[in-house]
Design a protein around this ligand. Structure first.
Ligand SMILES: C[S@@+](CC[C@H](N)C(=O)[O-])C[C@H]1O[C@@H](n2cnc3c(N)ncnc32)[C@H](O)[C@@H]1O
Length: 286
């Protein structure tokens, strides 16, 4: 097959992951698991899975052209150290982060609810957008405190976030979530069973602003079939998109009234057209 015909699937997994910002290549030399006894057979059955307790051990290699231009030459910039990190596959993918970040930038919500904080990847995608907006606050719920968000968010982002540890759907009825009013953006990525998801959707509907966008992750993910089933059965609002992200993301618009055009956009045509300004030496409108 010609190289140009190869799609992303043919190239997967990439041999080298290269940073887009620096000429640094990220090498994983080994995956070790000191705490659990994972047999080679299990590993071979799940070659691209991250097992509980896995640690990636690797190096950062700087890629240089070289004086003779025969590069790339690789410099092991962490030598003699290696990095050792705990991979975690629960975070949403980077494209989905960009999607919800962009939605928050575009919609400019006043009050955001998230279920499924985990280690804060999606939380950061949203709070960083609220910071750029200089507007809006966010509540995020998880049954486990995987991380203290104050450790990973910037001071500005921290001011806009309330981290709650509690089990959904029970925590939705307790303070402070039980008292929330005016949610206008929600990201649901917590419990992935149909019953809890439905209760979360109903909670958002009961505590929302006149218009509220609700994004639900893993909606096309075969690993969580109850999510698709629940969303297919939920037909209260007609504005409901299914977006083919890495794991699938549904977007529901809950609104009191049908959408209608409104005045106030910056590109609104002025009632009285302004006189054209003539270019230098030319003539303007008579
Ligand atoms: C897929 S992870 C969320 C990933 C996160 N949104 C991110 O991008 O980093 C799902 C999270 O939901 C939490 N969770 C599962 N069931 C829950 C429940 N009933 N109530 C609250 N949180 C729950 C888990 O502890 C886990 O952290």
């Amino acid at each position: 097959m010609a190289k140009e015909e190869m799609g992303p699937a043919d190239n997967w997994p990439p041999r080298i992951l290269t940073s887009t910002k620096m000429p640094i290549q990220f090498y994983v030399d080994d995956v070790v698991n000191p705490d659990y006894d994972i047999s080679l057979e299990v590993r071979q059955e799940n070659p691209w899975s991250v097992m509980e307790g896995d640690q990636a051990v690797g190096r950062l290699l700087y890629s240089a052209g070289g004086v003779n231009k025969r590069g790339p030459y690789l410099v092991d910039v962490t030598w003699p150290q290696k990095y050792r990190v705990q991979p975690d596959m629960s975070s949403i993918d980077e494209g989905a982060c960009d999607l919800i970040h962009g939605l928050v930038r575009a919609i400019r919500p006043r009050l955001v609810l998230e279920t499924g904080t985990h280690k804060g990847r999606s939380t950061h995608a949203i709070t960083s957008a609220l910071c750029k907006n200089e507007y809006g606050v966010m509540y995020t719920l998880d049954c486990i405190k995987w991380i203290d968000l104050t450790d990973v968010l910037s001071p500005g982002e921290r001011e806009r976030i309330t981290q709650i540890v509690g089990v959904s759907p029970h925590a939705l009825a307790a303070h402070p979530l039980g008292d929330l009013k005016g949610i206008d953006f929600a990201f649901l990525d917590g419990a992935h069973d149909g019953e809890t998801l439905l209760r979360e959707i109903e909670y958002v509907d009961a505590h929302r602003s006149s218009t509220c966008y609700v994004a639900i992750d893993n909606s096309l993910d075969a690993g969580w079939p109850e999510i698709r089933k629940t969303l297919d059965e939920y037909d209260k609002y007609p504005w409901h998109a299914v977006i083919e992200t890495m794991a699938g993301m549904d977007l529901i618009c809950m609104r009191d009234e049908p959408p209608k055009v409104a005045e106030g956009a910056t590109h609104q045509v002025a009632a009285t057209p302004k006189k054209k300004v003539a270019p230098e030496g030319g003539q303007g409108d008579a």
